[in-house]
Design a binder for this molecule. Structure first.
Ligand code: ADP
Ligand code: GLC
Length: 483
């Protein structure tokens, strides 16, 4: 079966968050299940440089203001990619969504409209020898793809849309309708309209045959006003087509037994090397080299979603318990300043890098004892999965994908030997503070801690199981003779 992914990010070609990790790795896991998956992404600067074995497959002139072509190739990790080379839309350096002034590019509707339009063309067979059975759109940037396909009169492939984050919806003024080649008749609440605007994600959720999101708990949460960001009514209406499938991680790239970015290799049965990573991380960040101090880390975009203000508010508790903190992240200016100030005020106890650094992220996963993820909402979350894999116990808010992937070290779970980390609820400063106390208590019980680390490291977090679930979903959408 052939599946076309449509997405705005794909690791290692372009990444701002977990969406890229998923779109880079899931096609490879589906290939193991004998699916032929290709991913259509924008050719931002650098994307074509990272593609091997390039072949131009299609040219179109004009598409939304300029000539474009589709370049097929292979990413460094083996994902089959169709890059939409549209210099008038994508030949801009920096962040994929935001210009140098920190604001969204003013023509984002055309940029991602063009991506979806090209998905439509490929979906309708414009490549000739490669016609997908399924078009699988990811997030708002690909939201118009299911709409364009549903609105075309031709025989079309089945469509799926995955919500990675409902907080970003791609809302544009009503007068973008015509430039986006959408018919006036589609501008209703039973179409692409969202409160007087064109809603890209709304359109995808309305027109796609199936909707998925990246954890079962988030699938339930987004049907409520608290988490639905205004789309909960539509999602309740489509509840029978909505499922949650937890993400995996690339178990090959993220493997403490083979990771070239860390100071010493280790496994669940021989975890001793983790101590060498802790010492290496402490000295790299200017922390006191002290094996006995519980070392917490954060690897995160700094945005309101991630709840890092609660961590800042709890630094006195963390320090009073003898803990250290390693920070890696960037984003919101106030949060960056908060963590910079904390580092300056607590030399040897709090250290880190305000920025983006992939090798350091690996060393932190290997060297820390605990990874803190206090999100206000979290569709899935990947860093807690890396934490499990590296034996760095996740301390997470009990919601979204965090609730579905971490088993709290409560009495019963400890008794049954199934605990893998710590959960707290509600998402308040006080509840996080109480969780720190529980971490310190368990850390003092060395054997119990080791048991939880072992359990965390042996838990399955790869892509095989999620890929099987996507495979079953695709099969349910396509007549058996196509499979
Ligand atoms: P989100 O997509 O909401 O940012 P996820 O947990 O799904 O959250 O994915 C975040 C991804 O980005 C993970 O692979 C994480 O390791 C990585 N990441 C986040 N911040 C940084 C950073 N400052 N440096 C390196 N990697 C980072
Ligand atoms: C989004 C979500 C995150 C999820 C990622 C990949 O960025 O914020 O929770 O893990 O997408 O699905």
């Amino acid at each position: 079966m052939r599946v076309l992914f449509v997405a705005s990010e794909l690791y290692p070609l372009v990444k701002t968050g977990g969406l890229a990790d998923v779109c880079g790795a899931l096609p490879l896991a589906l290939a193991q299940q004998r699916f032929d998956v290709r991913a259509l992404i924008p050719a931002y600067p650098g994307v074509l440089d990272g593609l091997r074995a390039q072949v131009t497959r299609l040219r179109m002139d004009p598409l939304f203001g300029g000539a474009v072509r589709v370049v097929a190739g292979l990413s460094e990790t083996g994902t089959q990619v169709f890059a939409l080379d549209a210099p008038h839309l994508f030949a801009r350096k920096g962040n994929p969504y935001v210009g140098p002034d920190g604001r969204d590019w003013p023509d984002n509707h055309l940029r991602f409209g063009a991506l979806s339009w090209m998905a439509r063309e490929i979906g309708l067979g414009r490549l000739g020898d490669w016609r997908p059975d399924i078009v699988h759109a990811h997030d708002w940037q690909a939201g118009l793809a299911p709409a364009y396909l549903a609105l075309s009169r031709d025989r079309r492939p089945a469509t799926v849309i995955t919500i990675h984050n409902i907080a970003f919806q791609g809302l544009f003024p009503a007068d973008t309708l015509t430039p986006l080649r959408l018919p006036q008749s589609a501008f209703t609440p039973e179409g692409v309209e969202y409160h007087g605007k064109v809603g890209f994600l709304k359109a995808g959720l309305h027109y796609a045959d199936q909707i998925t999101t990246v954890s079962p708990t988030y699938a339930r949460e987004i049907q409520t006003p608290e988490f639905g960001e205004g789309l909960d009514g539509l999602l309740r209406h489509r509840a029978r087509q909505l499922t949650g499938i937890v993400n995996g991680i690339d178990a090959g790239k993220c493997n403490p037994a083979a990771d070239a970015s860390i100071a010493a290799r280790y496994t669940a049965t021989k975890p001793e090397g983790k101590g060498a990573n802790k010492a290496a991380l402490q000295s790299r960040l200017g922390l006191q080299v002290n094996a006995a101090a519980p070392l917490f880390c954060v690897i995160s975009r700094m945005s309101a979603q991630k709840g890092l203000d609660l961590l800042l508010a709890n630094l006195p508790t963390l320090l009073a318990g003898g803990g250290q903190l390693a920070v890696l992240g960037n984003g919101d200016a106030n949060l960056e300043t908060g963590f910079r100030n904390a580092m300056t005020a607590n030399p040897g106890r709090i250290g880190g890098v305000i920025g983006y650094d992939e090798p350091l992220a690996h060393l932190m996963q290997a060297g820390a004892d605990v990874i803190v993820v206090p999100s206000r909402f979290e569709p899935c979350g990947l860093t807690q999965l890396y934490g499990l894999r590296y034996g760095t116990l996740p301390l997470v808010a009990r919601l979204g994908g965090l609730a579905d992937t971490v088993i709290d070290a409560n009495e019963a779970a400890m008794h049954d030997g199934v605990a893998t980390g710590f959960q707290f609820a509600p998402v308040t400063t006080e509840a996080l503070g109480n969780a720190f106390t529980r971490v310190f208590e368990l850390y003092a019980r060395k054997d119990a801690w080791r048991q939880v680390v072992h359990r965390a490291m042996t838990r399955k977090v790869g892509w095989q199981e999620p890929a099987e679930k996507y495979a079953a979903l695709y099969r349910s959408l396509v007549p058996p003779e196509a499979v």
